[in-house]
Design a protein around this ligand. Structure first.
Ligand SMILES: *Cc1c(COP(=O)(O)O)cnc(C)c1O
Length: 417
């Protein structure tokens, strides 16, 4: 049995959408119309207007010349990627499948980078043929890249992903420091750089990514500075000048009670210092940050309809047509250590105050299929629409959609970036 969460009164911010006549609205469209547009429930809706606004704020805050890439595994929906191809300076892909979507959406291959462990030979070849930058994750991959692409029409463009010897403090998911499947341990990088030259690969720079979902500005700034200093030290062994330095991202969004949106100012100030130093010490290098959920997470909702309302031994359950098979993260099974509720609302009763404590569950035959554990909501009945906020990233594509053979989630984009 899951523990009963005590329910702190303050939610993560839920102010990004308008409401009218009790209905939640996205891009001026009320929720019931969105459900029609989607062809029914359950569905995800992504508001491109919010994605555009997020991008504009970010650009206004961050230093000029800094490149902002979109890490598309956060949300690979073609409409979202299409918008970010236009808004961002590049797309970071993690498979040949994502590469194909990025190219189809019109991304310039010059500005695509491809990271991720376990790239297979056909993926390496596809990436080199397309002319994208490969972030190499291991010394073995370097050798395979050289072999797999030795007949390619053009040389591989290579950046070494570095596994630093420190990690991003208090990050939700740690992806650097200690033994890791990601990146080449920093102490092995000098030898790997010699190998890049011997193999005749085109060296372009370094990629460092030390964590994700961080809401602590000091920790992000510190990690970026340490990554930058590490890159400067490693550049001494590089076969050619560093042209691209990807400092990762890790910018988090608020999901849970008490969490607040990131204050960009200290991160921006730190990046401005880094850019100033880079102009002297890594002249000609392009600085890149790569962001996933920060660009899209708050712009999306997941909507599921109440099918049944039942009371079991005094506790109310709203049983819905969607659940963890569409939204693993909101069920608490995608990286959370202690399960917490995503922000939830009854999207057609936005004017009504909470009047009961209930649990929101999906149609799967498992107690893991829980979208809201003891949440305070207005009294909902079958037909009502439960809205899960903060669902624009790691939703549909990060969920076990085939589990129990229910239909996949519908996805729509609304608004204009
Ligand atoms: C997943 C990933 C990202 C995006 O992380 P977010 O938390 O969505 O910002 C960026 N870079 C790399 C290398 C990743 O694997």
């Amino acid at each position: 049995m899951s523990a009963v969460a005590s329910h702190p009164p303050v939610h993560a911010p839920m102010d990004q959408f308008e409401r009218r006549d009790g209905q939640l609205m996205l891009a001026g469209v009320p929720l019931d119309e969105l459900a029609e547009q989607a062809g029914g429930t359950p569905f995800y809706a992504y508001d491109l207007g919010l994605v555009g606004e997020r991008m504009r704020r970010l650009r206004a805050a961050l230093p000029d010349g800094l490149k902002i890439h979109y890490a598309m595994k956060a949300n690979p929906h073609v409409g979202v990627v299409g918008a970010l191809v236009r808004l961002a300076d590049g797309i970071d892909v993690a498979s040949a499948g994502e590469l194909a979507v990025a190219l189809a959406a019109g991304a310039d291959p010059t500005n695509i980078s491809f990271a991720g462990p376990g790239k297979r030979d056909p993926e390496l070849l596809a990436a080199v043929e397309a002319g994208v930058l490969l972030n190499v994750e291991s010394t073995g991959e370097l050798e395979r890249l050289a072999r797999a692409t030795d007949r390619a029409a053009r040389p591989a463009r290579v950046a070494l992903r570095v596994n630093p010897d420190f990690e991003l403090k208090k990050s939700g998911m740690k992806m650097g420091g200690g033994p890791k499947p990601f990146g080449i341990d920093s102490e092995q990088v000098p030898a790997a750089l010699r190998r890049v030259a011997e193999l005749g690969l085109g060296f372009e720079g370094f990629h460092l990514f030390s964590g994700s979902q961080n809401l602590r500005t000091e920790a992000i700034a510190e990690a970026q500075l340490k990554c930058f200093e590490l890159a400067i030290a490693l550049a001494a062994d590089a076969p050619s000048p560093v042209r691209s330095l990807n400092l990762g991202g890790g910018f988090g969004i608020p999901y849970f009670p008490g969490e607040q949106r990131l204050d960009l100012a200290p991160i921006a100030a730190n990046l401005a210092d880094i850019a100033a130093t880079a102009a002297r010490r890594l002249a000609g290098a392009e600085l890149v940050v790569e962001l996933g959920r920060y660009l899209v997470g708050e712009a999306g909702i997941y909507v599921t309809r109440v099918i049944d309302r039942k009371a079991s031994r005094g506790h109310v359950f709203l049983v819905c047509d969607g659940g963890m098979h569409h939204h693993l993260a909101a069920s608490g099974n995608f990286g959370q250590i202690v399960r917490k509720n995503y922000p939830l609302a009854i999207g057609n009763r936005m004017d009504e105050p909470p009047s009961e404590r209930c649990s929101v569950v999906g149609p799967l035959c498992t107690p893991l299929d829980l979208l809201g554990d003891h949440v305070d909501l207005p009294r909902a009945v079958p037909g009502d629409l439960v809205v899960v906020y903060q669902s624009g990233a790691y939703g549909a594509s990060a969920s076990p959609q085939a589990f129990l053979s229910h239909p996949p989630a519908r996805e729509i984009v609304v608004g204009k970036a």
